[in-house]
Design a protein around this ligand. Structure first.
Ligand code: HEM
Length: 372
């Protein structure tokens, strides 16, 4: 009995000292670093108990309103830094693109990425450069455009493993493109007047019945605006792919300890009412009127980042945008799209977490062929 008591009390004591040590270390770290603001973490759990693990774009936007454009959460032992202003997004993605150009590890994805041997999740460095070269070469071969591919790919780089990981990345990327197409269709179904304006544009520019192809997509400003508005309001990867700094860094005057996970809340940059006029409305006209200069593909405006910007940005925008243009364009030029029978609107409830944003429920829409 006495022995049991002694064992229990020594267990309590060691727990007490562990907690004390954790507090002491976190105090020390706090003194050494000038960390970004955020909720006060508790030892061991950090902010987990306060914020939970559903760190989706809306929750993170609420936290930005409370703590500011840069804030820090301690998720267990890991620092999570969230930036929510165009200026800080520029700093992370562009100005300090190398410092913040690595990726964090997702243990659950290790099996698909061969422990980050792929391109999307690998750290910034030689392997990433190699995978980027290989992916470019594969695509160039695919398009039978061998011009320029010579010299980019180095001898023997394309092996079975590398190609496998790249195919796995492409799988995910195709899904991202599909989510964006679904959002585009949903918005067109729910906004018949926008659908009709788009149809008129295609009929006028191409002539009725002339099927849209890739070069036509650049001649159709309203189609481009519809795509841009879809990508902004329904951003498929709302927090981009998380970044990581390999070494201690500085951001907005704060210290960012090495190996922090950095999220850019691109969805909030695109949907913050202080940045845009009525961002919650699906209004492609904004990109022909007050926001006519904004481009989604070249990073000329850090409020509009559906593909990211800089070294780790999406390398295949040139593929994704025409796919979206041709798919939505052909649907609208050949069909009138209506909500499911018996419904006045398509259900656009969203599903998503840190890495994705897609339609919650799939519906069957009515596509009535046009008499051309
Ligand atoms: C509408 C469709 C698409 C959207 C919205 C999209 C968006 C994105 C975003 C937000 C990132 C992360 C950027 C960052 O961290 O700054 C990314 C990375 C990437 N995307 Fe896309 N993407 C799309 C289609 C595609 C397609 C079709 C491919 C290839 C077939 C592709 C391949 C990649 C790859 C390989 C990366 C990782 C780049 C790196 O880490 O260096 N994406 N994409």
């Amino acid at each position: 009995m006495d022995l049991l008591f002694f064992e229990n009390s020594s267990y309590d004591l060691s727990l007490f000292f562990t907690i004390l040590l954790a507090i002491f270390i976190s105090k020390l770290r706090g003194k050494r670093f000038k960390l970004p603001p955020g909720p006060i973490p508790v030892p061991i759990f950090g902010n987990w108990l306060q914020v939970g693990d559903d760190l989706n774009r809306r929750n993170l936007s609420d936290l930005a309103r409370k703590y500011g454009d840069i804030f820090l959460l301690r998720m267990g032992q890991r620092n999570l830094v969230v930036v929510s202003s165009p200026d800080l997004a520029k700093e992370v993605l562009h100005t300090q693109g190398v410092e913040f150009g690595s990726r964090t590890r997702y243990v659950g994805f290790d099996i698909f990425t061969g422990k980050r041997q792929d391109m999307v999740f690998t750290v910034y460095g030689e392997h990433w450069r190699k995978m980027r070269r290989i992916m470019t070469a594969i695509f160039e071969r695919l398009f039978k455009d061998m011009q320029g591919s010579q010299g980019k790919e180095q001898k023997g780089e394309i092996n079975e493993d590398n190609v496998l990981y790249i195919v796995e990345n492409i799988n995910v990327a195709v899904e991202t493109t599909l989510w964006s197409i679904e959002w585009g269709i949903a918005e067109l179904v729910n906004h018949p007047e926008i659908q009709q304006r788009l149809r008129n544009e295609i009929d006028t520019v191409l002539g009725p019945g002339v099927q849209i192809t890739e070069p036509d997509t650049y001649k159709l400003p309203y189609l481009q605006a519809v795509i841009k508005e879809t990508l902004q309001l329904r951003m498929a990867i709302p927090l981009l792919v998380p970044r990581m700094n390999l070494h201690d860094a500085k951001l907005d005057g704060f210290d960012i300890p090495a190996e922090s996970k950095i999220l850019v809340n691109a969805w909030w940059l695109a949907n913050n009412p202080t940045n845009w006029k009525n961002p919650q409305d699906f209004r492609p006209e904004r990109f022909l009127e007050e926001e006519a200069k904004v481009e989604e593909a070249n990073g000329n405006d850090f409020r509009c980042l559906p593909f990211g910007v800089g070294r780790r940005s999406c390398p295949w925008i040139i593929l994704a945008l025409p796919i979206l243009g041709i798919t939505l364009g052909r649907l609208v030029q050949n069909f009138e799209l209506f909500p499911p029978p018996g419904h006045s609107k398509l259900d656009t409830s969203e599903k998503g977490g840190q890495l994705s944003l897609h339609v919650l429920k799939h519906s069957t829409i009515v596509a009535k062929p046009r008499a051309l």
